[in-house]
Ligand binder design. Structure first.
Ligand SMILES: [Fe+2]
Length: 384
């Protein structure tokens, strides 16, 4: 028997205004920080000026790389690493959604390792520990601030590659719900549905076990109770806090348990159709749950109960179906497309998308039900 393992090396600060408490911890990492952000509004986020003042107070220089777009590619992270080397940066701060934080992870890894990040695709291929990395999320979805995963576009097929390594964990994460208050409803919805997908997929994943399942289930409960409220009123402090907590807990779960078929398909939709990751998961999750439910109906019954559905008298299979229906209903109430067709996917693309997702052995292998190529075609067709 192989031992179950739970490892979690990230120090986490959580709470409204916690970014303002980062001065002392940041002073322990070096004399020159590289700040990595998106090129849009996050590059002018109030958190950028707060960080600037904190670093100045501590006598730490700051260089700002603000060229990260959605789904960052290898060329961008290489440019970021060259910029950091030129400036003499000794640690990295990633601020924003999943894209800037993932880019910051790989830039930090490039500062400590030679080689092409494309050769790091897969598990355990980053040779040495990256430079100290601090992650500050401004969305509640990706969980990247507490995971050993970075998704970068590149390679021969220009696909989304998952780089998974203990050597790219952030050393510190500051999760400040106030930074998410300005997210518009559509971004709140898509990133929140990504977090819900992390919570559900990590709960039923093959490598899930007691500690990861406890985290996943609490995340399902918080996200399901709060996502619609956070979309309806962005200044609802309790809903924003619950979403940040749910996203964080789901990240802590899936970094050990892995994810599943929804993520394999979402990566293919991102690579081929440019679909936002959270939108893809929002559309796919109920269909993937229906595909999987016979392989672990009791687990999906737990998910239904965590969502607050009254499933006490139902057989496990009925409860599992109710969980999938509730996810579909939630998606329908949010400002996200409810089908792949509505999101611009053509039926003619289904075979190509299924073939691309089928290559994603890591995500498929953690899915609770075995899959063949035709299964992926069928799930995509159901989601059309
Ligand atoms: Fe995700």
């Amino acid at each position: 028997m192989t031992a179950n393992v739970y490892r979690f090396p990230v120090q986490v600060l959580f709470g409204e205004g916690c970014v303002r408490e980062l001065g002392a911890p940041l002073a322990t990492f070096g004399k020159h920080a590289l700040l990595v952000t998106g090129e849009g509004p996050t590059s002018r986020s109030p958190a950028v000026s707060v960080l600037g003042s904190l670093l100045e107070e501590k006598g730490i220089a700051l260089s700002h790389f603000h060229e990260v777009r959605s789904d960052p590619d290898i060329e961008t992270v290489q440019r970021g690493a060259a910029f950091a080397r030129e400036r003499g940066c000794d640690f990295v701060i990633g601020l924003g959604g999943g894209s800037p934080m993932d880019a910051a992870k790989i830039i930090g890894a490039l500062l400590a390792n030679d080689g092409d990040p494309a050769s790091w695709e897969g598990v355990g291929r980053v040779p040495r520990r990256s430079r100290p990395l601090i992650c500050i999320p401004t969305t509640a979805g990706t969980g990247s601030e507490v995971t050993s995963v970075a998704v970068i576009t590149g390679g021969k097929r220009r696909q989304k590659m998952s780089i998974v390594s203990q050597n790219i964990y952030p050393i510190l994460a500051a999760i400040d719900p106030e930074l998410t208050y300005s997210m518009p409803p559509a971004l709140t919805a898509s990133t929140g549905m990504d977090a819900l997908t992390h919570a559900v997929e990590s709960y039923v994943a093959r490598r899930a076990w007691e500690p990861t399942r406890a985290l996943s289930l609490k995340a399902v409960q918080l996200i399901f109770a709060s996502l619609e409220k956070a979309c309806g009123d962005g200044s609802d402090a309790e809903a924003r806090r619950n979403m940040c907590m749910g996203s964080f807990l789901a990240g802590m779960a899936f970094t050990s348990s892995g994810l599943g078929l929804s993520h394999a398909l979402a990566h293919a939709l991102g690579s081929h159709c440019g679909m936002a990751h959270g939108v893809a998961n929002a559309i796919l999750l109920p269909h993937v749950m229906r595909f999987n439910l016979d392989s672990c109906p009791e687990l999906y019954r737990d998910v239904a109960a965590a969502m607050g559905l009254d499933v006490s008298g139902l057989p496990a299979r009925r409860a599992a179906e109710a969980a999938a229906d509730a996810v579909e209903e939630l998606g329908g109430a949010l400002p996200v497309p409810s089908s792949l067709r509505e999101a611009g996917v053509l039926e003619a693309s289904v075979e190509t998308l299924a073939a691309e997702a089928f290559l994603n052995t890591r995500l498929r292998s953690s899915n609770p039900r075995d899959t063949v190529l035709e299964d992926l075609v069928a799930v995509l067709r159901a989601a059309l």
